[in-house]
Design a protein around this ligand. Structure first.
Ligand SMILES: [Zn+2]
Length: 319
């Protein structure tokens, strides 16, 4: 289905690029960033860099530095957010804010979550799908800061999500984790509250996060975060290599490694154009070159399409 909308219909998109510094950025991340950058620019909106560092067990300074280096190298500027590692740590780290979201829950929405003592192993042994069976919902375990996790009392909410291309997606919400047993806030809670704080109204993410978008909409409804319910989503097809999802742990598709191997900025943009199935991908040499495209040109990467196979042989300089 071709989009009926054009870029003229998209005004004032406020979005963010939100990497988790748990590894070096890969080409799938870069594609998401480029799409976000282009759509925001075309709409005359604002772009924020949001570094999701609330789970400190996975964060390394070198991964945060890689985010700044990569965005700078690619010429993907942003309007709001940290300027470097020191600025991030001093003014933007989510460590304190993620803890405050848990206090907010406890204070204002005690009926929307419950404590759960189950381990991942126990849940998997009871459920083939791995979906939590709500065993602790009726136990009324004490709400403590540590020890037990906290789970969203979803009430079996069914979520209908429409993305930018008009396709509708239905999701049966589960009782996902809002606080882990180690005290760290859950991803959906932090992501939602940070987006609300930043005034985000447009989110680009991979198809694999479709369920996450639906979960966050359910949580936004429960926690009275009305503006988030009007968020426009663009879920793009997944970038895969040999059928496997790209991972930050795999060097061969990390930008940082490809740069060491001689990949140029122009090569990256040609590769992005290739992923978007555009004609003459070699003509795309900078992020700005993508601004000349129309909305329908981005439909080739909508989630209605198959995953995008990354073909490294299309980059002559790294052969
Ligand atoms: Zn439980």
């Amino acid at each position: 289905m071709k989009p009926k909308k054009s870029f003229k219909d998209l005004k004032g998109l406020h979005s963010r690029i939100a990497p988790t510094p748990s590894g070096y950025l890969h080409l799938g991340n870069i594609l998401s960033f480029l799409l976000t950058w282009v759509f925001v620019k075309k709409s005359g909106g604002t772009l924020t860099l949001r570094i999701d560092d609330f789970d400190q067990s996975r964060v390394r300074d070198s991964f945060i530095i890689d985010i700044f280096d990569s965005l700078d190298w690619l010429g993907l500027g942003f309007d709001r957010g940290p300027k470097d590692l020191a600025d991030h740590k001093k003014n933007y780290s989510q460590i304190a804010s993620s803890a405050s979201y848990l206090d907010f829950l406890k204070e204002h929405y005690p009926n929307f979550f419950y404590a759960c003592e189950c381990t991942r192993k126990q849940i998997d042994s009871r459920s083939e799908s791995g979906i939590y069976d709500r065993r602790c919902k009726e136990l009324s375990l004490p709400i403590t800061e540590g020890e037990h996790s906290w789970r969203f009392n979803s009430g079996n909410a069914r979520i209908a999500l429409k993305d930018i291309w008009g396709s509708e997606y239905h999701y049966q919400c589960d009782d996902f984790v809002l606080k882990r047993s180690d005290g760290v806030a859950g991803y959906h809670l932090v992501s939602l509250m940070e987006d609300v704080k930043l005034g985000i109204n447009f989110i680009v993410r991979g198809h694999d996060l479709l369920d996450s978008s639906a979960s966050q909409l359910a949580l936004a409804g429960a926690l009275n975060q009305g503006p988030f319910l009007n968020t426009l989503f663009f879920h793009h097809a997944m970038v895969v290599e040999s059928g496997q999802k790209l991972a930050k742990s795999k060097k061969s598709t990390c930008l940082n490694e490809l740069r060491k191997r001689g990949l140029t900025c122009c090569d990256v943009f040609a590769l992005m154009a290739n992923m978007l199935k555009l004609e003459n991908p070699g003509d795309f040499k900078s992020a700005s070159d993508f601004l000349a495209l129309e909305l329908q040109d981005y439909h080739g990467i909508s989630y209605d399409n198959d995953s995008i196979e990354l073909d490294q042989t299309t980059i002559p300089s790294i052969l």
